[in-house]
Design a protein. Sequence first.
Length: 493
Amino acid sequence: MSDENFGDDVVDDAQNHEDTGGHDGDGYDGDGTWSDESEWDLSDFLSDEDAELQETLPVVAIVGRPNVGKSTLVNRILGRREAVVEDIPGVTRDRVSYPANWTGKRFMVTDTGGWEPDAKGLQQSISAQAEYAMRSADVIVLVVDATVGATATDEAVARTLRRSKAPVILAANKVDSERAEADAAVLWSLGLGEPQMISASHGRGTGDLLDLILAKLPEKPRELNPAGGPRRIALVGKPNVGKSSLLNRLAGEERSVVDNVAGTTVDPVDELIEMDGTWWQFVDTAGLRRKVRTASGHEYYASLRTRAALDSAELALLLIDASQPITEQDLRVLSMIVDSGRALVVVFNKWDLVDEDRRYILEKEIDRELSRVPWARRVNISATTGRAVQKLVPAMEQALESWDKRIPTGKLNNWLKEIIAATPPPVRGGRQPRVMFATQAATRPPTFVLFTTGFLEAGYRRFLERRLREEFGFDGSPVRINVRVRDKRERRK
């Protein structure tokens, strides 16, 4: 692709932009790029799916005890069968979110497992997922089985929700007739206001419920990590790599139980720790032994709680035993972190046990096994002796700075023009795709959208990511590049 072709494409789109009532083009600098991000009206380029990338949607959490019809209500809201529904209680375990739309208003609806505040074992982890959904939601819908009435579990859940900062709506489900409405009136006793009479399976009253949800949704979603608050750090890794020992070292006290037996930690342990004048919220998690699908008993619910801790964190410290070969379990935990989109620092612990021969072998293992995260910061420490623990703070700060970084659209397109002029995309199907425009659609993690006339090969996207990192940094943070193919007719429309 030539420099001129790239510029012609952007000029063509700029003219289309003017024809649709956009800016008059004063910000266009004549060489195929735009100098000011404000000159672009992204609505001319973004589809609904693209818009969701750059827009953080408000969240509606559907909670309640097991088998009251939460997943059925989620399917009714979505207008399609997405959530698994069975007559057996406890089918839903994980917290799952889906994009929804009602009267043109987009939001996320989160289906949760049955919430039992005093649960033990596996059910406790399911309840933890529901509790996190409640903390992160903008509106909470408590679903109660109107045919049963308010149970002791419903009352316990209601007591918790009355302390919630988010608006709470009480949905009395399985009200299939007017006669059943009279029976549901007793749910006023839960102290959550007027019960909304619905039948999720038949659709009765769900439209009114959605109208009420939209009325209570805020203009902007809640900020889980407001400016000035402590950053949340998850300590993750396979069993017995020293996560609890590191937490105790950072806290300066025996906060977590430590034993040579793998799997000592089961529940996540939170600790607020000050380092170098900054407060950090650390979460010590259970070690992950195997795939969640094949785990059983306490291993299964420990895996779920570890995933929930990672979801609520901003950065993951992946601990690896430097004295032992990197294992499949280490790589499985790494994949979970990468999929979550969290910032990452790889911590090689037990460095006091590493000799010269092991260091040489470890470098080879890192090049081979960790090749998918060359951008991750690495720190070699010993939680037992305290060696180099002070190096964690600069690594975490840089990774979080990269995670929050935003590149102005004009600067991004100027850079992209030069890169593509020097190294055009490979020809696909006899035609060379052209990149018309690029924008950073989101942060946390940095997500870029390229609007093209054809598909870009995965290898070329990796090339762009590598050059993007060389130019702008992003050390310690994943970078996502999405391609939106726009044919000429769609662009002109």
